[in-house]
Design a protein around this ligand. Structure first.
Ligand code: ADP
Length: 460
């Protein structure tokens, strides 16, 4: 059985508060009881002293007589307050005794006190203390005071303790109610953005990429959650758009050559055109170009789709440049171009095969767009933060207004000529993807008629 986060949070807060309240009441009770017992003990002692004083003052020093009426009043008054007194004169003759005086009332009061003390779970018993009665320095008799020891609560005392406990219970109940309310509000604040995020994730899973969570919860972790879900949706939306554009571009690129080959073949089949070797060769060339284009597209797709596919190793970029130059030197020679690779030994953590691809694409472009007798240089530089590769030529260059677009997919600066050179317009797009996957940058400087220079920087 799964309980909702809200129920669990509310329950935890509720239980925690109940525990705190219980602990507070236990400690308060213990502390107050102890203090209160001390207070009652002191009260008893003070009362005894007052009784001794009162009784002493009933002796007439002139006549040597006791005021028996007053003794009776004091005795009765003390009895009602839980103090049983016996007064003796100097000859130990009993002058006044609560028990003798009214046995029933006396035992009734005693059992009442015992009962009251048992009700508050205080054990003890009646104990007698004898005090001398003094008039000045001379002893005039003695008084025995019995009371419930170690102490006893009067009715007032009990009412005070009861009130205190009621207050604690009321505070407990109010806090419990508040804790439920607080838990509910707090849990709501936390769970709302979480359920919203869960709901958004479900929408995203269903392909609904334009969902966004609008409100900020105002709690750091929850804000991060909301932000993550939103950025996930944005990323997926972007990817989806990219995929759609890619499919459109590819379909558009394939349609023209396919139609042209199709029309040529149809004309030959229908007998409108004779199938001369020249015509068949041109169809074949077109098909080879299509094959190359498909290969390029595949490579681009694998690069743009999955950056983690890089196999990183420490590589000497000068070495890579020389290998790439070597593999294209025949092509350069055939066109009467000089091709040199030189510069610093610079080590960077790269996918060697991919960087090789970057070099080959850049050098092939330089060969393609540099007329006979031109020069191509591949240079490496060992910078502090970056390893730098520069491929430059003194070829036809690119017009400034076209320069920002040359890295775009299927972009060719000069449609008619580039179709002739066999370019697909995808080479630089692949280069940029690979460089970006390595966390690097690529820049281009170009002057029409003077040449171009492509600079790749790979972070170390
Ligand atoms: P392509 O397969 O057509 O070479 P790229 O993506 O490699 O496609 O290049 C895009 C366009 O950029 C080219 O069609 C060309 O017009 C221009 N370009 C690329 N490299 C050079 C260069 N070294 N010199 C002049 N123009 C270039």
């Amino acid at each position: 059985m799964f309980r909702s986060l809200r129920t669990q949070l509310s329950l935890s807060i509720f239980v925690l508060l109940l525990m705190i309240i219980a602990l507070i009441s236990i400690f308060a009770n213990l502390f107050i009881n102890r203090e209160f017992d001390d207070y009652v003990q002191r009260q008893n002692e003070a009362r005894s002293a007052a009784i001794v004083d009162d009784v002493s003052s009933q002796y007439d020093t002139v006549s040597g007589e006791w005021n028996e009426d007053a003794l009776h009043t004091i005795g009765m008054y003390s009895l009602y307050n839980g103090y049983l007194i016996k007064v003796y004169d100097t000859q130990s003759t009993l002058l006044w005794d609560a028990e003798n005086h009214d046995t029933t009332l006396c035992s009734q009061i005693m059992s009442e006190i015992t009962y009251r003390m048992e009700a508050v779970q205080k054990s003890g018993g009646f104990l007698s203390h004898s005090f001398p009665l003094l008039s000045g320095e001379t002893q005039i008799g003695s008084v025995t005071i019995s009371y419930f020891t170690p102490f006893f609560y009067t009715d007032n005392d009990n009412r005070f303790l009861d009130g205190l406990n009621t207050a604690i219970i009321v505070i407990g109940l109010v806090s419990a109610a508040l804790s439920v309310l607080l838990g509910w509000v707090l849990a709501r604040r936390i769970t709302r953005p979480i359920s919203q995020a869960a709901q958004s994730a479900r929408h995203i899973a269903n392909g609904d990429y334009d969902t966004r969570i609008a409100n900020q919860p105002g709690t750091r972790e929850l804000d991060q959650l909301v932000e993550s879900v939103n950025s996930l949706a944005a990323k997926l939306e972007e990817q989806e758009a990219l995929r759609k554009r890619m499919i459109n571009d590819v379909a558009h690129e394939l349609r023209t050559p396919l139609t042209s080959v199709g029309l040529h073949l149809e004309a030959m089949i229908d007998g409108l055109w004779e199938a001369t070797p020249d015509r068949l060769r041109s169809c074949h060339e077109e098909l080879v170009r299509l094959g190359d284009l498909v290969k390029d597209i595949q490579q681009l797709a694998s690069m743009e789709g999955d950056h983690s596919a890089l196999h990183l190793k420490d590589e000497n970029l000068l070495k890579l440049a020389r290998t790439a130059g070597g593999s294209l030197s025949a092509q350069a020679n055939a066109k009467g171009l000089s091709l040199i690779a030189q510069g610093d030994d610079t080590i960077a953590r790269v996918d060697g095969e991919r960087i090789q691809q970057v070099l080959i694409n850049l050098i092939s472009n330089a060969i393609k767009f540099t007329p006979q007798g031109g020069h191509i240089r591949v240079e490496t530089e060992d910078g502090k933060m970056f390893s730098v590769i520069r491929v430059s030529d003194d070829g036809i260059g690119v017009e400034p207004e076209k320069l920002p677009f040359i890295f775009e997919r299927f972009y060719r600066a000069d449609e008619s000529r580039d179709r002739h050179t066999g370019g697909s317009g995808i080479g630089l797009t692949i280069v940029r993807s690979i460089v970006k996957a390595h966390g690097g940058t690529i820049d281009v400087e170009s002057t029409p008629g003077k040449g171009s220079a492509f600079t790749v920087r790979i972070p170390k």
